[in-house]
Ligand binder design. Structure first.
Ligand code: FAM
Length: 465
């Protein structure tokens, strides 16, 4: 990262938005989330204007031809204040690390993991909500949770062989039938008001995901009838209950952690960026997030959590349980020699062990230290980085979030690996929704980068060194 880019990132942590947000959090405790966002918007519009007036014509780093061919890796291209990813340190949500969020954010009674409702509040406002504000948000989402009958029927008619992520994306896209934003736009809503119906759509979107995920799970895996949402319980409890695990307090706690840490990973990853891109065409949040899900369903992105479990299971069937380090080493090499990636390892930005992996490892050490699959994941962690370094290709030999999540779900009996990315998707909606709300509030324009042909690149540099 260039020093100029570092200085921009440092400045963004000190932005008037962040300062104002911290001050406001003490004086406006019981305001609703929508009212609080409305209060923050004018100052943030001024902040963006001032930043553009002062720095708009400055450049921070060249664009290399290699970056055009190389998936734009490291190319500064987007603005998103909700979370920033540092290659060494990992993710910060509005400046807070995962352990800081675990400490700071409200929890369920008797629980020790943060409530994802609180994380959403933090992503949107930069503030930690009060317990009462979180409870109000849980109630609001529970009240909005029902999905239209035609979406239920759509899901019920999907063949169980259709991948759960495809079903998920179909259902989310179909929710656009009732989009408040699409309706308001058709009626001519002025641009500065866009964010309001987008906010309502985003709240509906997040609220309806447990019913969609639960229905897919029960349909595909024959788990019986879907229970109803409890208006007095938190989002993760309801999601767990719809999946059939609500009576296991540790599973519910796991869901709270899981939904918190998978929510957002700055703006450039495939699902976050796709949502932002599609939203920039003023497609409503259901269409935008449906597109995010299709990106998340790729094996190099969110599907990696399914791939990790498949890979571990294949390893066990090949070399047996309690295999020696030597046997695991050989298996890892055989994966690489077969031209495949080791799922759950490597990252486009991170250059250290993903703190989302560490948070899940700590959860496992607390709740399931003797689980055999957890032990295998720990053994793999001791072995894979050295092999990836020796193989000499991967820029980051360390584990990412997906190396751990499936093991925790399997421990509690959620063993259907093809479903794992759906849970990632439920969580990723929080980050994408927060981004869509702010993009419309700040009047973010249509995204339209410039593409070049190889012939144009060759011509451009023809007689230059
Ligand atoms: N196993 C084997 N080879 C790997 C590797 C891995 N885990 N990670 C990277 N490489 C290879 C990569 O395929 C590339 O090879 P080629 O030059 O032959 O194309 C080379 O190393 C350089 O890649 P890189 O620059 O280190 O990584 P990228 O930024 O191109 O890609 C990942 C990043 C995540 C796609 C890549 O590390 C990977 O395929 N990992 C395994 C899949 C995975 O776990 N994805 C989930 C990522 C996660 F955080 C998420 O999005 N949920």
């Amino acid at each position: 990262m260039s020093s100029a880019l570092r200085s921009v990132l440092r400045q963004s942590r000190r932005s008037p938005f962040a300062r104002q947000a911290r001050l406001a959090s003490t004086s406006a405790k019981q305001v609703s989330l929508k009212d609080r966002v409305a209060e923050l918007i004018p100052a943030e519009i001024e902040n963006v204007k001032a930043t553009r007036a002062e720095h708009g014509k400055k450049t921070f780093g060249p664009v290399l031809v290699d970056q055009l061919y190389g998936g734009m890796r490291g190319m500064p291209a987007l603005i998103w204040d909700g979370s920033v990813l540092d290659a060494e340190e990992g993710i910060r949500f509005r400046g807070k690390t995962i352990p800081e969020c675990q400490e700071l954010l409200p929890k369920a009674p008797g629980g020790s993991e943060p409530l994802p409702e609180a994380l959403f509040w933090l992503l949107l406002t930069g503030e930690a909500p009060t317990q009462e504000q979180v409870t109000a948000l849980s109630r609001d989402w529970a009240a909005r949770a029902a999905i239209p009958e035609f979406v239920e029927e759509l899901l019920d008619r999907c063949p169980p062989t259709l991948h759960p992520m495809s079903q998920f994306s179909l259902a989310v896209t179909a929710l656009n039938h009732d989009s408040a934003f699409a309706k308001a736009y058709a009626e001519g809503i002025p641009k500065k008001e866009y964010w309001k119906p987008v906010f309502e759509d985003c709240m509906d979107l997040i609220a309806k995901l447990p019913n969609i995920a639960g229905r897919i799970y029960r349909n595909v895996y024959g788990q019986g009838k879907l229970p109803t949402i409890d208006l007095e319980r938190d989002y993760s409890w309801n999601l767990s209950t719809l999946l059939g695990f609500g009576d296991n307090a540790n599973f519910v706690e796991l869901m709270r952690l899981y939904l918190t840490i998978h929510s957002d990973h700055e703006g450039g990853n495939v699902s976050a960026h796709t949502g932002k891109l599609v939203g920039s065409a003023l497609s409503d949040p259901f269409l935008a997030f449906g597109a995010s899900l299709n990106g998340l369903a790729g094996p190099l992105h969110g599907l990696a959590n399914q791939e990790v479990l498949l890979w571990l299971r294949k390893m066990q069937s090949k070399i047996g349980e309690n295999a020696s380090d030597e046997a695991v080493r050989e298996y890892v090499w055989s994966t690489l020699q077969g031209g495949q990636v080791v799922p759950g390892y490597g990252h486009a930005v991170l250059r250290k062990t993903d703190p989302r992996y560490t948070a899940q490892r700590e959860f496992a050490l607390k709740h399931l230290p003797n689980d055999p699959l957890f032990k295998l994941v720990g053994q793999v962690y001791q072995i894979v980085p050295d092999i990836l370094l020796a193989a000499g290709k991967a820029k980051n030999p360390w584990p990412n979030v997906d190396a751990h999540s499936g093991v925790l779900l399997t421990h509690y009996g959620l063993t259907q690996m093809q479903f794992y990315t759906v849970l990632f998707g439920v969580s990723r909606a929080f980050g994408v929704a927060a981004q869509l709300i702010w993009d419309r509030a700040l009047g973010a324009p249509l995204e339209r980068p410039k593409s070049y042909s190889t012939a144009a690149i060759q011509k451009m540099f023809k007689d230059k060194q």
